[in-house]
Design a protein around this ligand. Sequence first.
Ligand SMILES: Cc1ncc(COP(=O)(O)O)c(C=O)c1O
Length: 386
Amino acid sequence: MKRVYLDNAATTLCDKRVVDAMIPFYTDKYAVASSQFSHSPGIESKEALDKARETIANKIGAKLEEVIFTSGATESNNMAIKGVAQANRTKGNHIITSSVEHRSVREAIESLEKEGFRVTKLPVSNEGFISVDDLKESIRKETILVSIQYANQETGTIQDIASIGSVCNEKSVIFHTDAALSFGRLPIDVKKEHIDLLSITAHLIHGPKGVGVLYIRDGIEIVKCMYGGFNEFNKRAGTENIPGIVGFAKAVELIGPEEIKYIKKLKKRLYDGITKRLDAVQLNGTQKESLPTILNLTFRFVEGESVILHLDMKGIAVITGSACFSRSLEPSYVLKAMGLSHEEAHGSIRFSFSRFNTEEEIDYTIDAVYDVVKKLREISPITPNK
Ligand SMILES: Cc1ncc(COP(=O)(O)O)c(C=O)c1O
């Protein structure tokens, strides 16, 4: 059966060139970087670690010592949020976030709420944007941290990070952003955008799973989450995952200038193809520029679960805004926060793209979506004028 993977916002194929770059660090060059003071293999590993750090630092406009390797964006988000909260407990107990964050931010903040921190969750517009004025008004003297995502995992809506960063900078509040899906897809400059902490991960840009970075601006204090060594400038203990880190840097090097243009073309092709052939299809997100990798559509009068099961039978991997995000039939909190009704959220499908998708796959998907939605609408009791 033909296979079309359109779930690239969940994870991406690890590029073969990334795997090739990693293999020697399992088979030959396997010393730990902290052995650099004892032997040559240790020096070699340390050099590989430094080189990878430089590649990632350059990509976001950071200094080397501001780039801390972690096990992925979940860890980076937890480390940033809990680390800043613990380090600033005596200064204040108020945290501001949005209502559409990834679970790793949402639940890290909820855990702090249970410890007594006060939390303001900013609402979003029906396109998924927070209001920068709301943010300004919500900052009070006890506010120690603002955590707002760069772009959304379900709809691809991109927040005005530079303005959010400026507000936080003016008010001297620490600003963290989860850029797991934006890194490598949008230009990021941590200094220009006044970002104090930034979370990224390798597996969403064709790198390996289990490796990420937390950028921590020089001067930002955090309490360590992991104890047991001086690794990563004494900010994150534990043996560095050198093969993964080398793979992460290779994945960054492989992002070419044409890639985004190509992915944007695929997204437009799918959107145009589907909306030309089917009525009652609604874009979830914004008509303004959004992440090129994500397209979220609601197909009225059908259930997302039925659509994804039928598409899976045709070899197409996509997810819906209910079961896949929540493991229950509860509609996604992101779509609900954007004002979608229960039914609209249930009928939503997220398509997400990568450089490994082809135009032919997109055309196959358009045909498949048309067939599946048309058939399901024919048998749906709520379809009007059948
Ligand atoms: C926006 C966002 N944040 C955080 C994460 C978690 O990243 P990781 O899988 O590296 O822990 C993801 C994963 O897809 C994500 O999409």
